[in-house]
Each structure stands twice: as structure tokens, then as C-alpha cells.
Design a protein around this ligand. Structure first.
Ligand code: TRP
Length: 457
């Protein structure tokens, strides 16, 4: 199959928009605000920013480089550059994408339910307790869980069937600007609540006495998750890039946008919470339990609530398509499957696997025991999958990618590929240094810490 049959972005802008769409997702809007809240802001944010610069940007550039160089899916790319031994890293990526998407789509489905709930005004007049109970009832309703998960997977399949330029690129080019627009409206609204000062202080005043080893580790892990690194997503998207597109510039723009959105998400959510003097008890539930209460009390809330949940759903969709594309491109490239068949087949299997996660909250008694982030005590598929992916598969994948591109891939190949396209202040030597010495060491520390039983997710 020639490269033309597998598709490519129709423009330079196409890659950046699609990759930003992949990176910006539930990780930014749902996860980042609550883990920052749990880790007391300031110092955690600073460490997170350092991780983006020292680990995230170098590994993102490495993934883009091997994708664009080989114009192949994650497995094919490793096979071409590193032979059969390294092919396993690509294979690990495909498996990770399969598992990650299966549970990510469950939470993504919640945003649809909450969109419709807020449109129909079903939070009106409810107390915080009642909204919490409603959430508890919702996550333990097996029919609804499977239904919204299935619907979200169907939307994802629908976009991926359209192909690279006509599916992924076209949809993200529409959704991303809408998303930014909605964010601006919400930010303006939220800044008027009067809690902005408190929120800024919380985010940017570092208090190092609060910083624990575990929060450092959590920041490292999250930098992978939020930038879609460690499983070949950026390799796959990079493979649809054209020669001559700038690698360092694209990596800087995508990570810059992703980081800005994570910060803006906090600046939308925190001022509202602070100004209503609400202390979220279960911080993982901020998005689904606290915000609806606030929207009801807030002037214009009936308008902003659906807008907000639509925004989260859009952000999630541009991420789920990037996860499915990793799996689909593997079958299309390596087994010459037809794209539509590959998409329908793998999408259905991922849906089936996700049912396990969709039903796994049913065992808990409502909100009080609900633990949706894979903390320590609860078992169940959802938690187990997230634990395996976030603590093991992504960091191991990222480490292997850094080692491969940093140490194994010939310097001449890397240098030539890096220099093909516009250059920036982020030079080849900076990148190569970070990729060889900083990123792998930092990631190895997480893995060792996990092996020695430090809980950080
Ligand atoms: N980055 C996305 C988010 O923040 C999730 C995501 C999409 C992802 N593709 C990925 C995470 C690949 C890890 C690897 O929500």
C-alpha cells in the first residue's frame, strides 16, 4: 500500500490541530483541576510545568520524528527503524490504546448525560447533597453507563471511518475553535465571580513544604497522560505529517496549547468554587457534583451549564478519536484491512471491553465509596485499567521511546529528520540532551517508585 492510500493531513495546520485535539481532553478539564486541588496547587503546578518541558516536549518530538520519518503506524514505525525486537514497543502502544479508550469512553459518556441533564434543567433547586446523590445513582445505573459509553464509542467510530483528512482533521478543525470559544466565554464569566484572585494565588504561589514525593510522581505521570504520550498516538498522527513540517515548532505549539488549556480549566473551575465557598469533598467529582450546584446558583447558569458539558464532550471526542486511530492504523497498515472494517471491528471490541468498566461502579454504594481514579482501596475493572495504564503502560512506553530515539536510532537519521522543517530556539542539541539524559531518568524514577510500592495516582 502506498503512503497516499493511508491518508495524510490536508495542510500543515492539520497536524497541529489534530494533535492538540488529542492532547486536550478529560486529562485537562477533569483530571488536572482535581489533582492540582488534591496536591495543594502552587508547587505541584510548578513541578508539572517542569515535567512538560523536560520530559513531555522531548518525548513528543521523538514520537513525531519517528512517525514522520517512517510514515507508518506505531508498530510499523518501530519495525522499520529498530527491527522485530523494537516492534514490541509499538505493540504495547496498540494494546495500551485499546485498554485506555475502553474506560476513557465511559467517563466521556458521562459528559453527554450531564449535557442533557443540564439542558433539561434537572439540577434546578437541588442541594449539593442531592446533586451528589444523583451522580451516585447515575454511575450505578448499568443501563445508562453502557448506553452512553456505547454512544460515545459510536461517535468515535463514525469520525475515524471518515479517514485522516475527511474525518479526523475536518472534525477537529471545527471542534477545536468552538472549544476555545466556549472556554473564553466561561473564563470571562468565571472571572467575574470574584474568586479569581484566590484561584491565581492557589495555582501559582508555590508552597514547597506541601510538596511530597508522591505529588512529584503524579506530576510526571500526568505529563504523559495529558500530552497523549507513551503509546504511539503522536507517532501515528506524526505519520500523516508531510516532510518539511517543523517538528520542534509543532511540539512546542501542541504542548503550549495543552498546558494553557489545563491552566484555563483551573481558572474557570476554581473561582466559581472559591467564590461560593464550596470545598469539594470528593475532588474527583468536582466536574459532576460541584459544578452543577454552582451553575444553578450562578446568574446565567442555565446557559453556561450545557455549554460547559458540551465543551468537555468535544474535548473528549477529539481525544478518543486519536486513541482509536492508533489501533485502526495498525490494522490498516500491517494487515491491509479496509479502514471502515478495521474501525467497526476494533471499535466494537473496545466497546465490549469498556462494558466491564462501565459496570464496575455499580458495586459501590453511591458517591461515598465512589472512587473513579484508581486510588488505593477499591478494586474493579475501571480502577484496575486506569492503574495499569497510567502507572505502568504509559511510563514504560514513554521510557522505551526515549531510550530508542535517544540512544538506539542513528544520530545522522535523527539529525536530518529534526532539521527538515523550520527551526526554533528549541535546537537539536537541546532536544537530544533532554531525550538521552533527562526524560528517561525521570521516568525510570517513577517506575522504580511504583515497583517499591509508592502510590501516586
Ligand atoms: N491526552 C488526553 C487527555 O488529556 C487523553 C489521551 C488521548 C491520551 N490520547 C492519549 C493519553 C494517548 C495517553 C496516551 O485527556
Amino acid at each position: 500500500m502506498s503512503n497516499n492510500d493511508r491518508g495524510s493531513w490536508s495542510s500543515r495546520f492539520g497536524f497541529v490541530v489534530a494533535a492538540a485535539g488529542s492532547a486536550i481532553g478529560l486529562g485537562n478539564i477533569w483530571k488536572f483541576p482535581y489533582i492540582t486541588y488534591e496536591n495543594d496547587g502552587g508547587a505541584f503546578v510548578l513541578v508539572y510545568l517542569l515535567c512538560i518541558v523536560a520530559i513531555g516536549i522531548p518525548i513528543m518530538t521523538a514520537e513525531m520524528l519517528i512517525g514522520r520519518k517512517t510514515q507508518k503506524n506505531a508498530v510499523g514505525a518501530f519495525k522499520e527503524l529498530g527491527g522485530n525486537k523494537w516492534k514490541i514497543v509499538g505493540g504495547l502502544g496498540v494494546v495500551t490504546g485499546f485498554v485506555l479508550l475502553s474506560y476513557y469512553s465511559v467517563i466521556a459518556g458521562w459528559t453527554l448525560e450531564y449535557f442533557f441533564k443540564s439542558v433539561s434543567g434537572s439540577f434546578n433547586g437541588l442541594s449539593e447533597q442531592e446533586v451528589g446523590n444523583q451522580f451516585g445513582t447515575f454511575v450505578t445505573n448499568p443501563f445508562k453507563q453502557v448506553f452512553w459509553h456505547g454512544l460515545f464509542m459510536s461517535l468515535t467510530v463514525f469520525v475515524i471511518m471518515g479517514g485522516v483528512a475527511k474525518g479526523i482533521e475536518r472534525v477537529t478543525k471545527i471542534l477545536m475553535p468552538v472549544l476555545l470559544g466556549i472556554f473564553v466565554i466561561l473564563l470571562i464569566q468565571s472571572l467575574q465571580t470574584g474568586g479569581a484572585g484566590k484561584a491565581l494565588t492557589f495555582l501559582f504561589r508555590p508552597n514547597f513544604s506541601e510538596l511530597t514525593f508522591d505529588s512529584v510522581l503524579e506530576a510526571v505521570g500526568h505529563s504523559f497522560f495529558t500530552l497523549s504520550l507513551g503509546m504511539g498516538t503522536i507517532i501515528t498522527y506524526g505519520s500523516y505529517m508531510r516532510k518539511g513540517d517543523s517538528l520542534p515548532k509543532s511540539a512546542l505549539i501542541v504542548s503550549g496549547l495543552d498546558t494553557c488549556i489545563a491552566m484555563v480549566a483551573c481558572m474557570v473551575i476554581y473561582p466559581i468554587i472559591f467564590s461560593f465557598d464550596l470545598v469539594p469533598t470528593k475532588s474527583a467529582g468536582i466536574l459532576f457534583t460541584t459544578l452543577p450546584v454552582i451553575f444553578v446558583k450562578m446568574p446565567g447558569g442555565t446557559f453556561f451549564a450545557p455549554l460547559f458539558f458540551a465543551l468537555v464532550a468535544f474535548a473528549a471526542l477529539t481525544s478518543t478519536i486519536s486513541l482509536l486511530e492508533v489501533v485502526v492504523s495498525y490494522f490498516v497498515d500491517e494487515f491491509k484491512w479496509e479502514r471502515k472494517k478495521a474501525t467497526a471491528g476494533t471499535g466494537f471490541l473496545i466497546f465490549m471491553l469498556g462494558i466491564l468498566s462501565a459496570l464496575s461502579n455499580g458495586a459501590h454504594q453511591g458517591l461515598s465509596n465512589l472512587n473513579i481514579i484508581g486510588k488505593t482501596s477499591t478494586v474493579g475493572f475501571f480502577n484496575t485499567f486506569d492503574y495499569l495504564v497510567s502507572n505502568w503502560m504509559l511510563p514504560i512506553g514513554g521510557l522505551l521511546i526515549a531510550v530508542f530515539v535517544g540512544w538506539i536510532l542513528q544520530s545522522s537519521v535523527k539529525e536530518e529528520e529534526f532539521h527538515d522543517g523550520e527551526q526554533t530556539f528549541f535546537k537539536y542539541n537541546h532536544w537530544n540532551f533532554l531525550l538521552r539524559f533527562v526524560s528517561p531518568v525521570a521516568v525510570a524514577i517513577i517506575i522504580i517508585a511504583v515497583i517499591f510500592g509508592r502510590e501516586f495516582q
